[in-house]
Design a protein around this ligand. Structure first.
Ligand SMILES: Cc1cc2nc3c(=O)[nH]c(=O)nc-3n(C[C@H](O)[C@H](O)[C@H](O)COP(=O)(O)OP(=O)(O)OC[C@H]3O[C@@H](n4cnc5c(N)ncnc54)[C@H](O)[C@@H]3O)c2cc1C
Length: 276
């Protein structure tokens, strides 16, 4: 196994330019899970980012917050300024336990591209952007909502690293993050919902409901149009248009569709006049 311990962001980008197949490691909480058994992991070249303190940042600017690529869940949980973006600490508090929250990064959650990721839906509900860096291409910014092309298919070139995540600072009158799992803590999401409403409109995001975490365009249109909704079943067509959950060891697709409809209805019923 080869491990390159990056000494600076510049060094990391130079390494990725010459060895685009190298696998970055941030907190290692996803990357290391298969370590003892998986033979191919031992043959990989690893690019260890963990010493790059220049990426371990949380900066509040005028109209956005920038989370450096090594910013962890714990960095957000313990920072009172995130009352301005409450879905982030709310989602962070549901990720694993404290050990994972203090090591796991938001960028790692994005790049790992699990459909069940909990950080991603909270970020997507706030229209977050992914900042990609490369040695020769400089900086490229991609909307998180456009970052996934399919299961584990990312809008990132092999020579690029995620260097930061930007989250717009907007006023939201409604927002929530809801995770359905087997337990209240230390559980992988079976059905997940994050939503936020601002002057930019509704952002309704589902996790564990499709090959990627995704916005629910048909549901957003229905809610924005003020279409009358008398109960969860009235949301079923829009949900089926947006989401294609699978059967797996944690749930069936049918269960996920049914529960997502109910979670969504009961979340929006008190705040949307069109929901009776
Ligand atoms: C016990 C346990 C419980 C967990 N519970 C949850 C949970 O409840 N919810 C949840 O969402 N997740 C959970 N996870 C998964 C994991 O903790 C998160 O996805 C975490 O955010 C990953 O971040 P990391 O820094 O550890 O990523 P790493 O493991 O270091 O990397 C993950 C992936 O991202 C890539 N990567 C990392 N940084 C970059 C970068 N800067 N640029 C490009 N690619 C990069 C790596 O190459 C790798 O493919 C859990 C994991 C464990 C072990």
């Amino acid at each position: 196994m080869r491990v390159h311990l990056a000494s600076s962001l510049q060094d990391a980008l130079a390494f990725k330019a010459t060895e685009p197949d190298a696998w970055p490691i941030a907190g290692g909480t996803d990357a290391m899970v298969h370590w003892p058994g998986a033979h191919e992991m031992h043959e990989r070249t690893w690019l260890d980012l963990s010493h790059l303190n220049e990426l371990r940042t949380v900066e509040f600017r005028d109209d956005f917050v920038e989370l450096g690529a090594l910013a962890t869940y714990w960095d957000v949980i313990r920072d009172a300024r995130f009352t301005a973006l409450p879905l982030l600490p709310q989602a962070a508090a549901t990720v694993g336990a404290v050990q994972i929250q203090t090591r796991g990064t938001w960028a790692g959650n994005i790049a790992n591209a699990s459909p069940a990721a909990d950080g991603v839906p909270a970020l997507m509900a706030y229209d977050a952007e992914v900042v990609l860096g490369s040695r020769d291409g400089g900086e490229r910014v991609v909307a998180l909502a456009d970052f996934y092309h399919g299961y584990k298919q990312l809008e990132a070139r092999p020579e690029e690293l995620i260097t930061a995540v930007r989250v717009p600072l907007r006023a939201h009158d409604h927002q929530d993050f809801i995770k359905v799992g087997s337990r209240a803590a230390q559980a992988i999401t079976k059905v997940g919902l994050a939503y936020a409403h601002s002057s930019e409109g509704w952002r309704i995001v589902a996790n564990s409901m499709a090959p990627t975490v995704c916005r629910c365009a048909a549901v957003e249109t229905l809610v924005a149009a003020g279409t009358a909704v008398a109960g969860p079943d009235d949301l079923a067509d829009a949900i089926a248009e947006d989401l294609t959950p699978i059967d797996d060891i944690r749930s069936t697709g049918a269960y996920r569709l049914r529960v997502f409809g109910r979670v969504l209805y009961h979340a929006l019923q008190p705040i949307c006049d069109s929901f009776s």
